[in-house]
Each structure stands twice: as C-alpha cells, then as structure tokens.
Design a protein around this ligand. Structure first.
Ligand SMILES: [Zn+2]
Length: 429
C-alpha cells in the first residue's frame, strides 16, 4: 500500500454510502485508505477535481481478462459455436499470450475507471504478474473442471490450490477457486472445489445457467435444473459468486438466497451470444441476493467496458418488461459499485467512498461533452446513461494513481498494444 497521502480537491463526491450522498467535498487518502471526506488540508499530492465527479472505482464482477486477444475472433455465433472456437484457441495459448492479454485488459479497465475485476481462467499466476505491474486489483479465480475436459497441464484442482497458496496475502491480488460450469464439472469436482475454498477461505466463482441448453441438458442428465441440483448436492453457500444466472426459476432464486449466494449479471454477453434476455435480476435483488455487474470476456462482450455494461443493463430490463422504472440508474450504479463489492464479500472494504475503506476511486470529467450538463440531481443518471471511458481522467487503486490525466502511469500502453496485436496474429492468420 501507498505510504503517501493524496488529496482529490473540489469535486462532486458520489459517495455511494448508505444514504447515497453526493457531496461537494475533498477526499483525503492516506496509507492506501480513504481517511477523510470534507475540507482537507495538505497532502503529498493534490489533484484538482473541480468540475469532476469522484466515484468509487467500478467493479467488474465477471471476466476472462486474457481473452482480450480474442476480441472479434468468434462473433455472430451462439454459445456452443463460441465455446468450440475459443476452446480450440485456448488449447494453443502460451504464457506470453496470457500475459499480453492480461496487460491489455488491465489497461482497458483502468482507462474506464474500473479498479477491480473478478477473473476466471487458468494461468492465473501469469495474470497475477500483470495485475501487480498494472496497478489494478484482481480477484483471480483459477478455473477447475473435470480432468477429462481440461487443456491444463496436470490436475486443475491441484493447480488451483498451488496458485492460491502462492498468492494469498499479496497486495491487490485476491486468489479464489473458480469452476467452469456444471456441464464440465462433476459432483465430485464441485465438492472438492468447495472444500478447497473453505480450507483457503476464498470465494467460489462459477458460471451458472447461462443458456437454456445448459439448463435442459442438465435436467435431462440429472433430473434437476443446475441451481436446484447445486443446492441438492450441498454446493451452494455464501462463498458462491454465480456468473450469468440467465435462466433461473423463482424456486432456484429462493434457494440461492437462502444459502447466501451472490450473482454477476453479464447483460451484453448474454445478448450478444443470444443466451437469454430474461436474467431475473430484479427478482434476485428482491430476494436479497447481491448482484454485481460483469462484462464477461472480450471474446463475447468485445469490450471490458463497465459504462456500456451499465447502460445496457438498464435498457435490457426496461424493454424486456416494458417498464421504464424497473431498473433505475441508481440501482445499476449500485451494481457496479457497492453491490459488486457485496457480491465479493468485500462490502466493508470496497464499493463506496467512506472513511476507512480502501482508496479505489475514479475521477470523471464533467466538462466532457457527453457529461454536460451535470448537477447533483442528474449525476448518477449521467454516469449510467452518458458516461464513457474517455470521460475518465484519473484512476486510483489502493491510494496509488494508476492513470493520471488520462495517461496510464504503470505500463507502456503503446508497447502493450503493439505486443498484443503481434502476438494475436496466430489466432487470425
Ligand atoms: Zn464467463
């Protein structure tokens, strides 16, 4: 953590505190934590935030960061066609590819004011290197699946265990156990993964009920829908962060809520892969489930852009229910901040601008044409419906500036892009 102090002065602070206060205030950061909101005095570094909004760093609750190199590789196909193509490419990936994809993804997210991401992939030890160097915060899930389905060398569960042991306690790196989904994970694999998560005290991240086919196939082979089946075998618990949840019954929602499961909603990916537009997000939220927002990988979303994800989330639910009130800007902004943090069981440390919390923040230029006019009354609406990555001026993670005046400080952005372009040639040529 940073030992210096940093003050962001004179901005509109969109606190996302329990009262959702928007304050004209300075923010003081000391030792990587938010120490004061109000009128603050001297600091080692002072950033003029007048004409800007200071917001909690956005939390991308589900992605596959290294798949940035597969941007545009499998468009306009359904999930099965998509998985066939991406699994084939995955099988030939090298450590160099994974690292280059992770660096590119980290920069794309920092540029958008996203300070935390939840990742599901193998090679997380390599991704952790890119997280360390880029300055972003990574919740890194080593993917576990049945050995007969994997392209990993060795046992996925052993690989996952080794990764967690080696990376626990490192700054900005939060290792966890991830599972590809019920279609490639047996009951034994799932329960061993859960045991590992309990032993290491980590989250359990899983793709759940992404497509109707996944649900019907599982029902045909086990007699139960995936959510009900995971409940029945005793897998569901408060460590579980389930991505997609596009096809759930009210019964499954009740059982997930009963066990304290969280969800990551990925509207753009669900729409682009035509997986489904009926993710019951309002119902999950009413049942008390914390629902974060995720982009999913670049091969299905094409961007790691939480602004597009937020706007799409609001629009999708409004049009699907023919009800413009069903998903408000505030509710969507909550999903990208406080609710995302709650979904990661980090609600006491991330997701809002309050004293004592980790200083993960972004500063948004309210003079950008897309943001004018902004007043306290419409600031959250403008953030959800108008804002875009090039409105983000500064990004701060753990009290350190990773992007200042729209320039990435931690990495050579031009070189990262050139390397990524060159390395990905083999997937296309
Ligand atoms: Zn995914």
């Amino acid at each position: 953590m940073s030992s210096e102090s940093l003050a962001l002065k004179g901005g509109w602070v969109v606190t996302q505190n329990p009262k959702r206060e928007i304050l004209k205030a300075d923010v003081l950061i000391e030792n990587g934590l938010i120490s004061q909101i109000g009128k603050v005095g001297k600091a080692d570094e002072v950033i003029d935030a007048k004409g800007c909004a200071v917001i909690p760093g956005l939390i991308n609750a589900h992605t596959h960061i290294s798949m940035t190199l597969m941007r545009g590789i499998a468009d306009d196909v359904n999930l099965e066609g998509f998985l066939n193509k991406t699994f084939k490419v995955d099988a030939q990936r090298t450590a160099e590819d994974i690292r280059a994809g992770a660096e590119l993804g980290a920069i794309e997210m920092l540029r958008s004011g996203c300070t935390s991401f939840v990742d599901m992939y193998y090679g997380q030890d390599i991704i952790a290197g890119a997280v360390k160097d880029s300055g972003i915060r990574g919740f890194l899930g080593w993917v576990v699946l049945d050995e007969k389905f994997t392209t990993q060398k060795g046992s996925p569960l052993t690989n996952c265990e080794r990764f967690i042991s080696e990376h626990s306690g490192k700054d900005r790196i939060h290792p966890l156990v991830a599972l590809q989904g019920v279609y490639v994970c047996s009951e034994e694999t799932l329960m061993k993964a859960k045991e590992l998560a309990i032993a290491k005290d980590t989250l359990l991240h899983i793709h759940l009920s992404e497509t109707r086919k996944e649900v019907y196939d599982h029902q045909a082979s086990t007699g139960n829908r995936p959510g009900d089946w995971l409940y029945g075998i005793g897998f569901l618990c408060d460590r579980v962060l389930a991505a997609h949840c596009a096809w759930l019954t009210m019964g499954e929602i009740r059982r997930m809520a009963e066990r304290g499961v969280s969800a990551a909603h990925c509207p753009v990916s669900n729409m682009k892969l035509a997986s489904g537009f009926e993710a019951p997000v309002p119902e999950m939220q009413s049942a008390g489930i914390s629902v974060g927002l995720g982009t999913d990988g670049c091969s299905s979303q094409n961007r790691l852009d939480m602004w597009g994800e937020m706007k799409t989330c609001a629009l999708l639910h409004k049009v699907q229910r023919l009800d413009a009130t069903v998903m408000t800007a505030q509710r969507v902004f909550d999903m990208a901040t406080v609710e995302g943090a709650n979904a990661l069981k980090m609600g006491d440390r991330l997701g809002s601008i309050e004293p004592g919390k980790i200083a993960d923040l972004a500063v948004i230029d309210l003079k950008h044409p897309a943001m004018v006019p902004t007043y306290p009354q419409n600031i959250v609406s403008n953030l959800v419906y108008s804002c875009q990555s090039d409105c983000v001026r500064h990004t701060v993670v753990g009290g350190k500036m990773a992007m200042k005046d729209s320039r990435i400080l931690t990495m050579d952005e031009k070189k990262v892009a050139e390397d990524a372009q060159k390395i990905s040639e083999k997937f296309f040529l």
